[in-house]
Design a binder for this molecule. Structure first.
Ligand code: GLN
Length: 454
């Protein structure tokens, strides 16, 4: 990562990033450009360098912030109409940590509203375009962040991954994307989607950059009681010997499958053993995810009422109508679908049939990963069943959009880390991403091992 020094100033790095952001305006990557704030911070860092003072590990590095991280710079909208006009009084812990090391936010990135989606087509601000083909989706929900890194506007971008929102857009745009172990990075100050699966992570161009960011961001936070003590900086790198592949994820007649097989052959030549795994419980993962996650969404989104945050419908003359109209006008159709599904699966009479069953399936999935990691060190799978699809192809068919997540959501249900790595290209020039999966707390070794696949 290029940091600022006496010859290359932070101001230069920030100005270059801002110029590139302007140049790629038609990709619809940013919901806010932080020109004034970024240049001010850059000048402060340059002054420190000029005085010979110590600067942080990310001094002057421009980065892009997914629009669901709270900070007072710009409105935090989660790309949703209902949060328009909301400026946060607090700063997310992850943002504080990055900026304490000198990183400079140059803009907020577009996403599916409230992170519900796999294409950014559910953003109130319209879709972000794919870095390799403007007729295709960026992936989602963190599409803006992935494209900002892929087009080299910034060195890194933040993301959130509840069911694949970092890994799938990373794979669609040929960059690295990490969903860490659940609890590794504090989620304080990040708009909640589904609290039992939400994770904070990053998009980068190299594994070493990813490791640096994780070493800055990881650790326990008294403001997020699900965070783990900092195992990232304390853990040793473990050498892998056996790599698992999941039989149940076989993709017939697919270039992604060929890419996976090719990578396995390369690993075998390097002396690794490839182990075939049967993980039959994973077939329940998508259904369990689309019950558990909407249930948590329904509860997390109940706070948006037109009174406390952002947008308020002007149409109403009593309190009930104010809630109703604000929520009807402020949420995107996908948000509403999830609120309805969530409240349905939690309602008395249906709770046992849906939510409880899904929770049991989740336990089976957790156990299946534990068994799998007795047979291998890491697992290698596709990130998604297809490369970037065309804009408009799935947006009117929620089930086909949900099927995008079939290979990414099992990790979130189990809390294990996954790193999307750029692994090749399709015959029509679209990036192919593969996903390395490790046991909980193996993040550091996972990132290191990804270098074997470069
Ligand atoms: N595409 C998945 C969904 O729509 C994942 C979203 C996410 O990780 N935030 O739920």
């Amino acid at each position: 990562m290029k940091t600022a020094n006496k010859t290359v100033t932070a101001t230069r790095l920030v100005k270059d990033a801002l110029e590139k952001a302007k140049h790629f305006e038609d990709y619809n990557i940013f919901t806010f450009i932080n020109e004034e704030g970024a240049l001010k911070k850059a000048a402060e860092i340059d002054a420190k360098i000029a005085r010979g003072e110590k600067v942080g590990r990310l001094a002057g590095v421009p980065y892009a912030l997914k629009d669901n991280f709270l900070s007072p710079e710009g409105e935090t909208t989660a790309s949703a109409h209902i949060l328009e006009g909301f400026t946060s009084p607090v700063t997310a812990t992850a943002v504080e940590k990055l900026e304490a090391e000198g990183a400079i936010m140059i803009g907020r990135t577009n996403m599916d509203a409230f992170a519900h989606g796999s294409s950014t087509e559910s953003s109130y601000f319209g879709p972000t375009l794919n870095a390799y083909d403007k007729e295709r989706v960026a992936g989602g929900s963190s599409g803006g962040s992935a494209v900002a890194v892929a087009l080299d506007i910034v060195e890194f971008a933040t993301g959130t991954d509840t069911g694949g929102s970092i890994r799938q857009p990373a794979s669609f745009n040929g960059v690295y994307g990490l969903k860490p172990t659940y609890g590794c990075v504090s989620r304080y100050g990040v708009v909640a989607m589904a609290s039992s699966t939400d994770c904070i992570g990053f998009f980068t161009k190299t594994p070493d950059d990813m490791s640096l960011l994780m070493s800055v961001a990881s650790g326990q936070d008294p403001k997020d009681l699900t965070t783990l003590p900092d195992y990232y900086n304390d853990s040793e790198i473990k050498k892998a010997k056996k790599i698992g592949i999941i039989k149940d994820f076989y993709l017939k007649d697919s270039e992604i499958q060929k890419c996976l097989e090719h990578k396995c052959e390369e690993l075998e030549k390097k002396g690794y053993e490839i182990v075939e795994l049967e993980m039959p419980a994973l077939k329940y993962a998508l259904a369990a995810y689309y019950i558990i996650v909407p249930a948590e969404i329904a509860s997390n989104l109940s706070r948006y009422d037109g009174v406390r945050y952002g947008f308020r419908s002007e149409k109403s003359d009593n309190l009930d109508d104010l809630y109703k109209n604000t929520r009807s006008e402020g949420f995107m159709p996908e948000n509403k679908r999830r609120i309805m599904i969530g409240n349905f699966v939690l309602s008395s009479g249906f709770y046992d049939a849906y939510f409880l069953k899904a929770a049991k399936a989740r336990t089976l999935i957790v156990k299946e990963y534990e068994e799998a990691f007795k047979k291998c060190d890491f697992i290698l799978t596709p990130v998604a069943p297809n490369p970037a699809f065309k804009l408009g192809e799935k947006v009117n068919d929620p089930v086909s959009m949900y099927l995008e997540d079939v290979m990414s959501v099992p990790l979130n249900l189990a809390g294990v880390p996954g790193l999307a790595i750029p692994a090749g290209e399709t015959s029509n020039g679209l990036p192919i991403g593969l996903q390395l999966v490790g046991p909980r707390r193996s993040d550091k070794s996972l990132i290191e091992f990804s270098k074997e696949l470069m």
